[in-house]
Design a protein around this ligand. Structure first.
Ligand SMILES: [Zn+2]
Length: 71
């Protein structure tokens, strides 16, 4: 019997949103509607299982420096 794969896993496409929660940028999945901020204990994944670029970008930012431009 084949495993059941959630529709979310096949549709997940994480992107930034204009929303901010407690100073953290809110990212959302266009596939299933999930939302995520970097303080969450889990990490979103794209439909193919890879980490979304927007999420990696968010995790690379220094803590507490939301909105500041720097390299
Ligand atoms: Zn999703």
């Amino acid at each position: 019997m084949p495993l059941t794969v959630s529709p979310c896993r096949q549709l997940c496409d994480w992107t930034r949103t204009p929303a901010v929660l407690d100073g953290q940028q809110v990212l959302a999945c266009r596939g299933c509607g999930s939302q995520w901020v970097r303080g969450e204990p889990w990490t979103p994944a794209q439909a193919d299982g890879s980490p979304p670029a927007a999420v990696l970008e968010e995790l690379r930012r220094p803590a507490g420096a939301a909105g500041s431009a720097g390299s």
